[in-house]
Design a protein around this ligand. Structure first.
Ligand SMILES: NC(=O)c1ccc[n+]([C@@H]2O[C@H](COP(=O)([O-])OP(=O)(O)OC[C@H]3O[C@@H](n4cnc5c(N)ncnc54)[C@H](O)[C@@H]3O)[C@@H](O)[C@H]2O)c1
Length: 313
């Protein structure tokens, strides 16, 4: 039995923890403060986080025995990847575990937005019967523009096609043939803006994708366009979205992610034609269990020096 020590700071499902405990000593310090983390990290060979813990240069610098940081989920924005490289600490994530959960949330957001389900429910709970006001529209035969045709974008496209939507996709890295293979049509970003009835984003936040939905892009969109975002907050310019809603170019918006989280009761959140969820894309029992299993085996592989499936840095 080796003596690896693994620290978990944002919780991890039992199925993952039991795999880790067979090979290592595991401490589950859910909710540990940033200061305490810097103090104790020197004892550990591996750190497993979700999105809450900030794995800063200070944490990585203090982790003198740290070999690997595992992110149970996809986004690694909370981990200083440059500092990890400098300290020769491997970073791994669990990128495939949450694909279905985010794709299903995206479909839920689209349907909720088009049929105004949050408003319908709120009105019933207020004792009202506003049936005549609640005439929605259908997904059937609408053009869905998918920006980012990776894992989640593809899963959303497949589900949208089952609803009879015509899917067009923009992805500068994925081959057009891959998009055609899925039954969708590859287009330029400019064409996607012009043709889509509904636009959904499944891209990482990078300097190129930041504010990819901005005032100029919105000015080229179809009047009455609907926008869904369950990717990362910064990919849309929230001010431009508000202006687009007020000018009438944008009919409605559904958001799971925000430039600042939590955003509080901003003009965007409280807008009557915006529906919001608090970054719950990956929040299903199945996705979290898959992520826990994937990250546990990946962290153990990194400790053992074995080949890795999901090395980020
Ligand atoms: N809401 C949530 O809780 C939640 C959960 C998981 C993932 N996400 C987010 O979903 C996004 C997609 O995840 P994924 O697993 O599909 O990732 P992925 O890497 O499989 O796909 C991302 C795709 O975006 C493409 N891309 C990169 N730059 C682009 C650009 N400028 N324009 C268009 N496309 C571009 C890439 O080529 C890639 O195909 C990520 O940003 C992730 O952070 C959100």
């Amino acid at each position: 039995m080796n003596t690896w020590k693994i620290l978990i700071t944002d919780g991890l499902e039992d199925n993952g923890q039991s795999v880790l405990r067979k090979s290592a000593h595991v401490d589950d310090k859910n909710g540990i403060s940033p200061d305490e983390l810097v103090q104790v990290i020197c004892e550990y060979n591996a750190l497993i986080v979700r999105g809450r813990t900030k794995v800063t240069a200070a944490v990585l610098g203090a982790g003198k025995q740290l070999k690997v940081v595992g992110r149970s989920g996809v986004g690694v924005d909370n981990i200083d990847l440059e500092a990890a490289k400098q300290n020769k600490i491997t970073v791994v994530n669990a990128p495939v575990a949450t694909t279905i959960a985010v794709a299903e949330l995206t479909m839920s957001l689209m349907l909720s937005m088009l049929r105004e389900i949050p408003r319908a429910d709120a009105s019933m709970k207020a004792g009202k019967w506003i049936k005549k006001e609640l005439e929605g529209i259908e997904l059937y035969q609408k053009v869905l523009g998918v920006i980012g045709f990776g894992r989640i974008g593809t899963a959303v496209a497949q589900r949208a096609m089952a609803f009879g939507m015509n899917v067009i996709g923009y992805d500068p890295i994925i081959q057009d043939a891959e998009i055609f293979k899925q039954g969708a049509t590859p287009v330029s970003l400019a064409d996607l803006f012009i043709r889509a009835d509904i636009i959904t984003m499944h891209i990482p936040l990078t300097p190129v994708t930041r504010n990819i939905i901005n005032a100029e892009a919105i000015s080229t969109m179809k009047s009455g366009v609907r926008i869904v975002c369950a990717a990362r907050g910064g990919v849309i310019d929230e001010e431009a979205i508000l202006a687009g809603l007020d000018s009438g170019i944008i009919s409605s918006v559904a958001l799971d992610v925000f430039a600042t989280e939590p955003p509080g009761l901003t003009a965007l959140v409280s807008h009557p034609r915006v529906i919001c969820t608090p970054h719950i894309g990956a929040q299903t029992i199945e996705a979290q269990q898959r992520a826990a299993a994937d990250i546990s085996s990946e962290v153990l592989a990194a400790l053992k020096g074995e080949s890795l499936r999901w090395k980020v840095a």
